[in-house]
Design a protein around this ligand. Structure first.
Ligand SMILES: [Cu+2]
Length: 115
């Protein structure tokens, strides 16, 4: 009987710990929302992306050939392999129009607005 009581206490303690682990205030909701760009048939989507300066932006290329995400002012210049992904980081706040250096003029106008 004493063993059973100790076992029950252990279960309660374990449950108590797990409840502490899921306290809403401890969830990482304060972090910046994930930012992402998808390239489909030469189209950057979304055409205008809001992000934070320094935030990692995942770019997914669904096309069969590589593209780039190249800021007009060269603040960033990333090649995204065919059927692959790359990460763009905007170094500072501001509005950064960008295009693809491999197919200039063939992509939709796009920009990242970093705050
Ligand atoms: Cu391109």
């Amino acid at each position: 009987m004493r063993k059973l009581a100790m076992l029950a206490a252990g279960v309660v303690a374990a449950l108590g710990l797990s409840f502490v682990g899921v306290t809403p205030g401890e969830e990482p909701t304060a972090q910046a929302q994930a930012a992402a760009i998808t390239i489909n048939q030469f189209q950057y989507n979304p055409a205008e992306l809001a992000a934070k300066a320094g935030q990692a932006i995942t770019v997914t290329n669904n096309d069969d050939f590589p593209h780039t995400v190249t800021a007009k002012d060269k603040a960033f210049d990333v090649t995204v392999p065919a059927k692959g992904t790359a990460t763009v980081t905007v170094p500072k706040a501001g509005n950064f129009p960008y295009t693809c250096s491999m197919h200039p003029g063939q992509h939709n106008p796009a920009s990242i607005n970093a705050s």
